[in-house]
Design a protein around this ligand. Structure first.
Ligand code: ASP
Ligand code: MG
Length: 422
């Protein structure tokens, strides 16, 4: 008997028919003697619908009330799933985050999980029930309902799995695993049987939308084995087959011995690039520019400072596009005048393309292969940043898909080089 946490995304819960399918799959695991905790998302479109209503009321809804509202989506889908199971003769019970409770901090709309009390869940499991816990939400110290940020059900599921020391956390979604890149951009993209935790962390933070990044951080911190797999397969497929499908996020690097140097390519249009022209090139300038940005809680991603010409320099950096307006305001009203910058240029037509692979640690020349592939397509690189296991470039966003396709080819990601099965 194992303890399995299963998360089902919005598409998987998207209709009564789909919920029946989920119930069928859960019933199969339960009948095989496993303890199952299910963490569902809201039915697809529901969270958007609720947040849309809030925006119709007022452009800046009170964040406590927004969480109060958004959390209902998961309450509904969880109850529907429990009913479906009970109607099939499978004992089941659903709980909201606050009933468990899942304790979080008080950062409404982006709260972080602090602890999970598993007593109630354990009692139900011991009584033979399937337990359903709403994704995406918890309760703070003052008893307010909080939500974990968009896509937060992934994090709920991994956190529940960590708290309960589950044998595996299965993330059921509308794709059948993690791919070398988005198959909608590169049809030859391949599903990876395994991906290392560190690579997954980079891919999630660099634009892959498969898992909420915090869920990957949680998996890493508590060493939770996470598998991403499809909920759209036949729910009756044998358990062994199901457990061998999808992509396993692994903490062992052995399987990578023979693996490709680059494992995946991520991309994102969520970038905004700012340039301050003709900034005096004196000590402390970078701090004077980026200090106030950091103080406003805005994450700066890439930074580029040009060589000084006649004592001045151009200073560029990128932020998430969501923070572009605030950054622009800070630069034009406060920072620009304070450092004596010339023109301030805002470019939103940029994209970030990144290659990721733990093999990059031990192989030289990976970045140059990347730059060659881009130059052969005539794509200009505006900024570059590297870490041990990734290289990212900022390019004109109209070349993003071309860049991804040519890099996928240059690193032969359409060919399976891993030795191990998933
Ligand atoms: N329902 C929430 C959202 O749409 C949480 C989730 O689905 O993971 O973001
Ligand atoms: Mg999701």
């Amino acid at each position: 008997m194992s303890l399995i946490v299963q998360k089902y995304g919005g598409t998987s819960m998207g209709s009564v028919e789909r919920i029946r399918n989920v119930a069928q799959r859960v019933a199969k695991w339960h009948a095989a003697g496993h303890q199952v905790v299910v963490v569902p998302s809201a039915m697809s479109g529901e969270t958007n619908r609720l947040l849309g209503l809030a925006k119709e009321i007022t452009p800046h809804p009170d964040s406590r009330e927004q969480d109060m509202l958004a959390a209902t989506g998961e309450q509904a889908s969880s109850a529907l799933l429990a009913m479906t199971l009970i109607a099939k003769g499978v004992p089941a019970r659903s709980y909201t985050g606050w009933q468990v409770p899942v304790r979080t901090d008080s950062a409404f709309t982006k709260a972080r999980i602090k602890s999970i009390d598993d007593e109630r869940i354990r009692n139900d499991l011991d009584a033979g029930r399937v337990v359903i816990v709403t994704g995406f939400q918890g309760i703070d110290e003052e008893g307010n309902i909080t939500t974990l940020g968009r896509g937060g059900s992934d994090t709920s599921a991994v956190a529940v799995a960590a708290a309960m020391k589950a044998d595996e956390c299965l993330i059921f979604t509308d794709v059948d695993g993690v791919y070398t890149t988005d198959p909608r951009v590169v049809p030859e993209a391949r599903r990876m049987g395994v991906v290392s935790f560190e690579e997954m962390l980079e891919l999630a933070s660099l634009g892959s939308k498969i898992l909420q990044i915090r869920s990957v951080e949680f998996a890493g911190k508590y060493q939770v084995p996470v598998r991403v797999l499809s909920s759209l397969t036949d729910p009756f497929i044998p358990l062994e087959e199901e457990m061998a499908s999808g992509t396993l996020i692994t903490f062992e690097e052995d399987h990578k011995m023979e693996a490709a140097v680059v494992s995946g390519i991520a991309f994102s249009r969520d970038e905004a690039k700012f340039t301050l022209r003709a900034v005096p090139d004196t000590p402390g300038v970078a701090y004077s520019i980026l200090g106030p940005i950091a103080a406003a809680n805005i994450d700066v991603d890439m930074i580029l400072q040009n060589l000084s010409v006649q004592g001045t320099t151009d200073f560029s950096f990128t932020v998430n596009r969501n923070d572009a307006d605030r950054t622009n305001e800070l630069l034009s009203k406060q920072i620009g005048p304070a450092v004596g910058a010339g023109e301030i240029v805002y470019d939103s037509k940029v994209a970030k393309v990144s290659i990721v692979g733990i093999g990059m640690r031990s192989h030289a020349g990976v970045a140059s292969t990347m730059f060659r592939a881009l130059s052969q397509e005539g794509i200009n690189i505006q900024m570059i940043s590297t870490s041990e296991i990734k290289t990212s470039v900022i390019i004109d966003d109209k070349y993003m898909e071309l860049a991804v396709r040519s890099l996928h080819k240059a690193f032969e990601l359409d060919q399976d080089k891993t030795q191990s099965a998933g």
